[in-house]
Design a protein around this ligand. Structure first.
Ligand SMILES: [Fe+2]
Length: 333
C-alpha cells in the first residue's frame, strides 16, 4: 500500500506527472512568471521521474524489488483497481480535512497527543499538517500581494487561467474536486482555490512523497528485508537480483536532487541575465530579496520543527520517518 498505491500510483502517476508536465508546458513562453518561479522547485527532474522511472519499475521489473512482493502484472492490476474503485479527490487529500474525511478526531493530530507517550497521537498526519501550513504561509508570502482576492474574484491573468484549465483537464483528482467540492477548488481560478490546491500538491509531492516510501528506503533496498531478494531455499542473497538492484539504484536513483533545506538557487526568485560570449559568458541572477526571504523563512520554520519538535526528530535510524533535511522539493525517483 505505502509503496505501490500511495507512493507510485497516487503521487508519481496521478499527481506529479500531470502537475509537472502541465506546469512546464503552460509556462514555456513565460518562464519568468511569478507563479512559475514559485513552482520551479517542485517540478525538478520531472522528465526522469515520469518516464525512465516507470521503464525501470515496470519494463525492467524493478517494481518487484522495491514496490511490493508481487509480479509486475499483479501490481499493475492492483493499481488499476484502485484507480477505478477508489478514485482520488484532491479536496479530500487536504491535511486540514484529511482526518475528518477518515472519521478521525482532530485531537489525535495535535502536538500534545503526539508528544504524550500515554496517548496515541497520529504522528504522520500531525507532521504533514504542520508542513502544509508552512506551504500555505509560503504561498501567501510569494503570491498574496499580486493575486490575493480570496475567493471573491477570479484571478485575472491569462497565463494562470490557462495553467489552471490544463491542470483541471489533465489531473483527474483536481477535476473531481472542482465537480464535487467547488467551494474548495472552483472551476475558475481564485486565489483561495489556487492556494488550497497548491498547498496540497506541494505537501504531497515533497513531504509526503518522502514519508510514504522513501523514509523506509534503507529497509526496502536492503536485500535482507526484500522478499523478492530472498532465494527459494532461504539461504543467502541471489547474486543476480542483488546486482540488478545495485546497478539500478547506483545508476539511476542516487542522483543530484534538490532538497527543501538546501541553499536555494537564485533563479527560483529572480531573472537570470548573461553577458559575454560562450565560455567567457557570465550570468548572474539577482534574487528578488522579498521572494527569497519568504522561502528562507519557510526553511527556518521547517528547521525549527526538526530541531525542537519530537515528532519531527524520529527519523532515519530513530524512526520510520524522513528527517527534515533529507526531504526533496519534488517527486523524483
Ligand atoms: Fe518516489
Amino acid at each position: 500500500m505505502t509503496n505501490l498505491v500511495l507512493h507510485v500510483k497516487d503521487l508519481h502517476l496521478e499527481l506529479a506527472a500531470a502537475f509537472q508536465a502541465v506546469t512546464v508546458d503552460a509556462f514555456a513562453d513565460n518562464p519568468e512568471h511569478p507563479l512559475r518561479k514559485v513552482l520551479d522547485p517542485f517540478i525538478s527532474r520531472s522528465v526522469q521521474a515520469t518516464n525512465d522511472n516507470f521503464k525501470l519499475l515496470f519494463d525492467y521489473h524493478a517494481a518487484e524489488f522495491s514496490l511490493a512482493p508481487l509480479p509486475v502484472d499483479e501490481q499493475l492490476k492492483l493499481i488499476d483497481d484502485f484507480i477505478r474503485e477508489q478514485p482520488l479527490n484532491l479536496a479530500e487529500m487536504d491535511m486540514e480535512v484529511f482526518a475528518q474525511h477518515r472519521n478521525m478526531s482532530a485531537k489525535y493530530s495535535t502536538k500534545e497527543a503526539v508528544d504524550d507517550p500515554s496517548r496515541w497521537g497520529w504522528r504522520w498526519h500531525y507532521r504533514s499538517l504542520q508542513v502544509q501550513r508552512l506551504y500555505d504561509e509560503l504561498l501567501d508570502c510569494r503570491l498574496g500581494a499580486r493575486f490575493n482576492q480570496g475567493d471573491a474574484e477570479a484571478i485575472d491573468d491569462e497565463v494562470v487561467m490557462q495553467w489552471w484549465a490544463d491542470m483541471v483537464k489533465h489531473m483527474p483528482a483536481l477535476n473531481r474536486a472542482t465537480r464535487l467540492n467547488p467551494e474548495w477548488a472552483s472551476e475558475k481560478v481564485t486565489f483561495g482555490s489556487l492556494k488550497r490546491v497548491l498547498r496540497v500538491l506541494l505537501v504531497w509531492l515533497s513531504w509526503i512523497h518522502e514519508d510514504v516510501g522513501h523514509s523506509a528506503a534503507s529497509y526496502v533496498y536492503n536485500p535482507v528485508y526484500t522478499p523478492m531478494n530472498i532465494p527459494l531455499d532461504g539461504v543467502g542473497v541471489p547474486m543476480r537480483s542483488y546486482v540488478f538492484n545495485v546497478a539500478a539504484y547506483r545508476g539511476f536513483v542516487f542522483l543530484e536532487r534538490a532538497a527543501l533545506m538546501d541553499e536555494p538557487p537564485n533563479f527560483w526568485f529572480g531573472t537570470e541575465t548573461c553577458s559575454g560570449w560562450w565560455m567567457f559568458q557570465s550570468c548572474t541572477t539577482p534574487a528578488d530579496d522579498k521572494s527569497k526571504q519568504c522561502f528562507t523563512d519557510f526553511q527556518s520554520k521547517l528547521k525549527a520543527f526538526g530541531d525542537d519538535d519530537k515528532a519531527f526528530s524520529e527519523c532515519d535510524k530513530t524512526g520510520f520517518y524522513s528527517c527534515v533535511d533529507r526531504v526533496e522539493t519534488a517527486v523524483s525517483s
